[in-house]
Design a protein around this ligand. Sequence first.
Ligand SMILES: Cc1cc2nc3c(=O)[nH]c(=O)nc-3n(C[C@H](O)[C@H](O)[C@H](O)COP(=O)(O)OP(=O)(O)OC[C@H]3O[C@@H](n4cnc5c(N)ncnc54)[C@H](O)[C@@H]3O)c2cc1C
Length: 342
Amino acid sequence: MKSASQFQLKQSNSFNVASITPCFYQPASYSDLRDLSSVIDRPFYILGEGSNTLFVESEAPVIIRPGFKGITIKETNDSYHVRVGAAENWHQLVIYCIEQGIYGLENLALIPGSVGAAPVQNIGAYGVEFADYCREVEWFEFSSQSVKKLSREECQFGYRDSVFKGALYNRGLIISVSLVFPKNWRAKLSYHGLDSLPAGASAVDVMKQVIAIRASKLPDPQVLPNAGSFFKNPIVSAEQYLSLKQDYQDMPFYPQADNSIKLAAGWLIERAGLKGFCQNGVEVHHRQALVLVNKACASGKDISVLAKHVQTCVLEKFGIKLQPEVRFIAARGEVELDEFEQ
Ligand SMILES: Cc1cc2nc3c(=O)[nH]c(=O)nc-3n(C[C@H](O)[C@H](O)[C@H](O)COP(=O)(O)OP(=O)(O)OC[C@H]3O[C@@H](n4cnc5c(N)ncnc54)[C@H](O)[C@@H]3O)c2cc1C
């Protein structure tokens, strides 16, 4: 198995923060996976492309980065079945599928990261989420040293959530995903920004529009290191929403199937007066308040200090505690924002 010791992770996370792992392993075969049993008795973290990860200390735990590559396509009368290795890049997969005439992922274009991470938080954008096309996830279980195939139901997908963040957390790693795309594709244009496209828009039109909107709204991590939305959009009860609405008539809201209400975390941060706020080289982005950007080689700790400040200000103003979408990784493994020394 490919491995390295004392490996610098600065180029392996989209916040571009420095952190050194004692051991970096890249399993790319079933025999490599079995060899991991001697590795996982120490604190470890499974890393994809690091675009949803913040290393908060100068030392990181052992890193396991799955190296499984490859895309295979099977066609039936009414659908395409696509199996993709965890180490493939998500956006490249979207482009590849569309080039092959396989449509469905266009709304999820330009989301950074690996295919293997996509099920973990059930990535989503512009009215589509990973779960919509997931057939099964191939997962290696550390304890039994065996490969399991988890159906979409077994993955327990929710809003930025899945079984891989819950019951199966740290108990194995994703090797590949299998997706299914019905041939009777129809563009999903209901989301704001796509509703200006004509009803007959092609998948390429949709992808181009998604890319254009994202590029205009979100800072490019290659230019301004960031991890996209730092916090999840909070979901509150109808009562809490109605009480807030009395003070904030213009507050955006998105009713959910269970009568709860999703609010826009970016709006809450902006209205707490934090848009453009900068501290120790970290900025609440001046155009998109939901994104924290590393402007001046800040450390993971600097970024987490600003995140805590944002969380506190929003809690004080609205009584809502924002939950991070980004994963915080210390030398001892994953930690909560509240849990480590600021
Ligand atoms: C500019 C920008 C925009 C973004 N926009 C969106 C968006 O619109 N929608 C959205 O949902 N997200 C968005 N994100 C977040 C990010 O793109 C996703 O979370 C993506 O899935 C992360 O992929 P990664 O490979 O970089 O994951 P990492 O950050 O490396 O890991 C993320 C999590 O997945 C786990 N993981 C990774 N690979 C595996 C594996 N093979 N097996 C088991 N666990 C694994 C890690 O342990 C970790 O818990 C954005 C990020 C950026 C920087």
